[in-house]
Write a protein that binds this ligand. Sequence first.
Ligand code: IMP
Length: 210
Amino acid sequence: MIRIVFSTGNAGKLREASEILGAGFELVTPAEAGIREEIPETGTSLRANALQKAQYIYDRTGLDCFADDTGLEVEILGGAPGVYSARYAGEHKSFDDNIDKLLREMARLEYEASIARELGLKTGHATRRARFRTSVALIFKGEKHFFDGTMEGSIAMKRAGSGGFGYDPVFIPDEFPDRTVAEIPEDAKNAISHRGKALRAMAEYLGSIV
Ligand code: IMP
C-alpha cells in the first residue's frame, strides 16, 4: 500500500484519482496532512503549477505527494484557456461563468470567420477541436517526476449532462462522439481521460520501484 498526499482541494479530482489508482494507494488530503490554507498556483505552465502544488506539501510535511494541473486547449481559441482554465472568466467567477465565456468566445470567432468567408477573405481552418491536458508532478522519496496525459475531442454547442466536473458538460470526447464527458459514467471517463492516463503512468512507475 502506497500512502501519498494528493495536493488538491478539488473533490472531483480526488474522487477520480482514488478510482484510477485503486486499492494499492491510500490518498491523503492536504487537510489530513495538516495543510489547511489555499495552495498557491502561479506558474505559467501545467508542469510548473503541478510542481508548485506538490512542492508546497513536500516542503511543509516531507511526505510523498503528487499534484495535477489541467488545462483545456481549444483550437479556435489558439490553445486558450490552457493553463488559465480555472480563471478563464476572471478571478472569483463561478465555474458556469468560465463555460459561458468559452462558448461565447467560440461563437464570436466562428461568426467572424463566417463573415470573412462571405467577403471572400482568407480564413484559417480552426475548428471546435479541443483537448484536455494534465501534468502530474510526483515527489517521491524527495525526487521529482512528471507524467502527462491528454484526451482529444471537441467543444459542444451547449452544455449536456450532470456528471464529472469543470468543463465536462461541454467536452465531447472522440471515443463517445454523441455524448459529453458529463454524460458518460465516471469509470468510462477515467478509462480515456487525461487524468486517467497521467495517473496510470505514475502508478506504473511507482509499481516498478516500490
Ligand atoms: P486545475 O488543474 O485545478 O488548475 O484545473 C483547471 C481547470 O480545468 C479548472 O477550472 C477545473 O475545473 C478544470 N478541469 C480540471 N480537470 C478537469 C476535468 O477532468 N474535466 C473538466 N474540467 C476539468
